[in-house]
Write a protein that binds this ligand. Sequence first.
Ligand code: BGC
Length: 517
Amino acid sequence: MAGGGVISSSNTKAYPGELTCKVLITCLVAACGGLIFGYDIGISGGVTSMAPFLKEFFPDVYKKQSEIKDSSNQYCKFNSATLTMFTSSLYLAALLASCVASYITKAWGRKISMLTGGITFCVGALLNVVALSVWMLIVGRILLGIGIGFANQSVPLYLSEVAPYKWRGACNVLFQLSITIGILVANAVNYGFAQIKGGWGWRLSLGGAIIPAVIFIVGSLTLADTPNSLIQRGKLQEAKDRLLKIRGVDNVDEEFNVEASEQSKKIESPWLNLLKRKYRPQVFFAIIIPFFQQLTGMNVFMFYAPVLFKTMGFGDNASLLSALITGAVNSLATLVSISLVDKFGRRFWFLEGGIQMLVMQVVITVAIGYKFGINGNPGELESWYSILVVLAICIYIAGFAWSWGPLGWLVPSEIFPLEIRSSAQSVTVAVNMIFTFFIAQIFLQMLCALRFGLFIFFLCWVVVMTMVIYLYLPETKGIPIEEMGGIWKEHWYWKKFVPVADEEMAEVKGTNKDEEC
Ligand code: BGC
């Protein structure tokens, strides 16, 4: 395969690779960090489609929505800048928070960042429950965003570091699983609370965020930090004891890599260091993977599923119910990734998922274009049509859920060497948040302007990302995280960026002058 590649045969170290009970429980607990992110993704779309919520905070949108008659343009129904600002403020906060988290995760460990994330998110959720004005809502959302920035920066690293290399994929994808469970629970909660008479159900929906936050806080308190983080902070004996415990063997000398600690100490500015030529492949993927993940268009369905289904002529409850169905498909398909990501590898799933999403995007574009046309007036929607659209969306979501969803967090967290791991992961989170923000902010305007052509926009990006993965991403399955540097040296394109052993020696002795880019 064009971009494939396996670890060098010179890797003769014997790393313990079995999944112990201790490590499994540790991963399950840490992965709960995904719940807060998922809950928020799922709740925003549902709450913003609840009439009492709109009436109280976004009366203009509510008025416009109720004035629209069946014959009007359905594409432009929900277009409002303040409403999208509410959805998006969180992502800007998360972006900035992930950069701060980079320092904390490196200097004080992954656990402290996880705890900070959980606590800030919880405070944000409390503020949202009691919100009396749009500004209280937005400040609450900013706090939720800070919590998510910290959690997404530290949890994927935590998982990739504690997992034995043969199971790293499955353990890391638990994070994505908890994101999808968060989304699903949020969709169910919205569905239930929307029925409450009196119009205050949205407060319960927003307040429900306290529960995943508390689970994450309590979970983080019970966890010990990763051996890699302890090594990075010079706590060598503690790191070794911890590694022995989670691997469940008597000897971890091969895996216990203190050299990385020395490398890490040499780095003065982790951010400037990312510009070094030798880190070009890792930084390329730290940016491009989250960028592409968002340009699959998945979040159009995650944030706006109820709105989108409503736009397509489904009634209020039918919209939330359809969002529930897509949420369930998202979680179930993630289980496929957990069981097979370490068997078939990352490249296989990226490529398969890309093709599956592409085909379904074509179906969705044709279906929506056929019924809604340019003027957005579908007339009567037959049930076969609704079933076809929901089915195509479900198959598309399954494609995302076993490819770009989990791999968008797994691959970046496993390819960075320890000395740049924390800062590079922040880049991944920041890029993810910028483009999540971008999609959340402009989707409604784009739907209004591009009509069904919106789906063609995402479709083109899926073609590009699938080709980039095919050509440039080497396989990372089954390679110990400490040995990951080897994959670039053997890749047809990246090998020219990565120093061979002699150059590395020269660099250590400080004689290599043309290292900066
Ligand atoms: C993405 C989110 C997305 C979610 C859907 C995550 O991996 O980062 O943006 O909403 O998957 O399951």
